[in-house]
Design a protein around this ligand. Structure first.
Ligand code: ATP
Ligand code: MG
Ligand code: FE
Length: 358
């Protein structure tokens, strides 16, 4: 079965094609879907002028990019429109106008080709993206989902069986990176730039807070860190330029320490020995180094998405659509009417009967 995936929830337009076997019997374990092609356009350069994503510009740019990207993906995979069996698209969460572009194109294409469509949860896409890596995980596992808008620890028992163990009560980890970077005068999105500066800095040069680290709590809070970074920026004043690497390294160390400690705590709580990291912050090398070290000490296997699949892309959406179909969780529909869900918690796609207990 050939599945086209379309992502347009924020500032990346992504289109991809995966091939998946749909087993005729539920007892047959399907092979992991194979990525045939993926095409991506990032709007970062356009939004950088404004220091953040401008929703109206994002929607307009998705309109311009999505069809050429689909053509590119089809060409790469040496497939034609008529070969497509199902079209998956990001239904939410994300920017309403941006989501509507992907959903509208997916449903119009479905209607024109007489092919069914399937709305995908963006976070499920991130969460399953490590299955496209060279070292794919096996269920069950603990997932650390760290993106621009979300920071959650989950127990994952199967596709569609997600139990949230803890989440941020304010900013997401990606937001903590981006907002701290902005306070330091770095361009949007600051996360990867801050990480680059941090390589040449001393992580112990500034004492920054590690909120909610004590106790057994699996929730996160990063708002206080932002305030602490602002205080340091104001104190440094003209010295900021010469101390930027040190401040970047200290900020990164604070975020990473919290993410690593809470992940280890979640593994302890669940008794599981497998960790899966997903989302844009999963590209952070310091986070990977620290998790690798801590997991090795505990005999825990840790899996990441390929670097190019950490931030938003169409491949993870095509993959999530394929894996949901393989698991028999969702019927693609042919009425081609659509609504988007700008706010959509991941719990909402976990049926209560499926939810595991700790
Ligand atoms: P969501 O998926 O929650 O809707 P999003 O789609 O904007 O949010 P992603 O695309 O998963 O988020 O990730 C983008 C975030 O990842 C940004 O905040 C960016 O700064 C951060 N990021 C990307 N690379 C790195 C890195 N190497 N180090 C730290 N942060 C990074
Ligand atoms: Mg993005
Ligand atoms: Fe995302």
């Amino acid at each position: 079965m050939l599945i086209l995936g379309i992502e347009s929830s924020c500032d990346e337009t992504g289109v991809a094609l995966v091939r998946a076997d749909i087993p005729s019997h539920a007892a047959n374990k399907p092979a992991i879907p194979k990525l045939l092609a993926h095409a991506l356009h990032s709007q970062i350069d356009m939004h950088q002028l404004y220091g953040g994503v401008v929703p109206e510009l994002a929607s307009r740019d998705h309109i311009r990019r999505v069809i050429p990207l689909a053509e590119q993906a089809l060409q790469q995979a040496q497939c034609q429109l008529k070969d497509i069996d199902v079209i998956g698209y990001t239904q939410g969460p994300g920017l309403a106008g941006a989501l509507l572009v992907g959903a509208g194109v997916a449903c119009a294409l479905g209607a024109a080709l007489n092919k069914p469509v399937l709305g995908v949860h963006h976070l499920e896409g991130h969460l399953l993206s490590p299955f496209l890596s060279e070292d794919p995980p096996e269920f069950p596992f603990v997932a650390l989902l760290v993106s621009g808008g979300h920071t959650q620890l989950m127990r994952v028992d199967a596709v569609g069986r997600y139990t949230i163990l803890g989440e941020t009560i304010d900013d997401a980890a990606g937001e903590a990176f981006d907002k701290s970077a902005k306070l330091m005068g770095l361009p949007y999105p600051g996360g990867p730039i801050l990480a680059r500066l941090a390589r040449d800095g001393d992580p112990q040069s500034f004492a920054l807070p590690r909120p909610l680290l004590r106790g057994d709590n699996l929730d996160f809070s990063f708002a206080g860190l932002k305030t602490a970074v602002l205080t340091q920026v104001q104190k440094l004043d003209a010295d900021l330029e010469t101390r930027k690497n040190d401040l970047a390294a200290s900020t990164q160390a604070a975020i990473v320490e919290v993410l690593v400690k809470k992940s280890m705590l979640a593994l302890k709580h669940t008794g599981l020995n497998r960790l899966v990291v997903a989302g844009g912050v999963g590209a952070n090398q310091h986070l990977r180094d620290q998790l690798n070290a801590q997991c090795a000490r505990r005999g825990v296997r840790v899996h990441y998405p390929e670097l190019y699949l950490c931030t938003d892309n169409g491949a993870m959406i095509a993959l999530a659509a394929a894996m949901r179909l393989q698991a028999g969780l969702q019927e693609p529909n042919r009425d081609w009417s659509f609504d988007v869900k700008p706010r959509w918690p991941l719990d909402a796609i976990t049926s209560p009967a499926n939810q595991s207990t700790l």
